[in-house]
Design a protein around this ligand. Structure first.
Ligand code: 9D3
Length: 275
């Protein structure tokens, strides 16, 4: 798999080439990265990549020509490396957010992609119309540019490539099950007077599995009730799950504060722990 990133800040991509799972996967040859700086595709003395918006307004707009020339260079390199000219995807704050489903499909499809990172107020619309196949965002919040979003996308896709993970993490299934993860604990068994849920120390694997399932159900019901509805609609909840959800809905009453005001329900959890 190959990513060619059009960016004014190529050095930022060291974050994924020099660290962690993405670094290892790249060293294993599972994916390649090249960066293309629009500044290197300018022809004026000042290497200008941006200009003031027609119609007025704050900030600067990335000019079409340096971006288009950079994309063409990226495509030529993709072809030379034995990939076809890949899809061109722009990271845009104004697009639909990427989903886990599309990330998995992307990893499965493989091949080459050109990612175009915006900066400043935005990108000349004519470049987007003429050269870009798709625009994606990573969520409804404002970043300073497309680079961190591009790295998030690459990270999300690469970890799905066969061989990228040392262990096929159960946590990775969290979106596959459609539920949030259960809590995790490690040594020491008591930390600052806080114990570990006794079930996890019991060695009863079936009980541990059930405890984790119920933790996941409870956390998801509290933090992301929309995911409970989706799991139900997708037939991913069995009768035991539904019974547990009815029980916690009873217990929750109407008086509990919104989850966001209840810092991870640490106090409630501690009460049932081993210390
Ligand atoms: C303050 C400027 N904004 C006016 C509403 C427009 C704007 C321009 C450029 C907002 C963000 C950006 C830079 N962001 C991205 O390029 C970006 C992004 C994001 O901000 N959030 C989530 N996903 C993405 S993908 C690219």
């Amino acid at each position: 798999m190959r990513f060619d990133v059009v960016t004014l800040f190529p050095e930022m991509f060291a974050a994924i080439t020099e660290h962690g799972i993405t670094r290892r996967a790249r060293e294993l040859g599972l994916w390649q990265l090249s960066t293309w700086n629009p500044r290197d595709f300018t022809s004026d003395r000042h290497r200008t990549v941006d200009d003031r918006p027609f119609g007025g307004g704050p900030g600067m707009v990335l000019m079409a020509e340096p971006l288009a020339t950079a994309v063409e260079a990226a495509h030529a390199a993709q072809r030379a490396a034995g990939f076809g000219s890949g899809r061109v995807v722009a990271l845009s704050s104004g697009a639909r957010p990427l989903t886990d489903e599309r990330v998995r499909a992307w990893a499965e499809q493989g091949g080459a992609t050109v990612l175009v990172c915006g900066r400043y107020e935005g990108i000349d619309q004519r470049f987007l119309d003429a050269c870009v196949d798709e625009e994606i965002s990573i969520g409804d919040f404002v970043l300073s540019g497309g680079e961190i979003a591009a790295m998030a996308v690459i990270d999300a896709v690469v970890r799905h490539l066969p061989g990228a993970l040392k262990i096929e993490s159960v946590a990775d299934e969290s979106f596959a099950t459609g539920l949030l993860d259960a809590s995790h604990f490690t040594r020491p068994e008591v930390w600052r007077e806080r114990g570990v849920p006794t079930t996890l120390l019991s060695g009863h694997h079936a009980q541990i599995e059930r405890w984790r399932r119920e933790q996941a159900l409870a956390r998801t019901a509290r933090e992301r009730p929309d995911l409970i509805a989706a799991a139900r609609a997708g037939g991913r909840l069995d009768e035991r799950d539904e019974k547990f959800l009815r029980e916690i809905a009873q217990g929750a009453g109407g008086a509990s504060p919104p989850a966001v005001l209840n810092p991870s329900s640490a106090a409630a959890r501690t009460a049932e722990h081993s210390v």
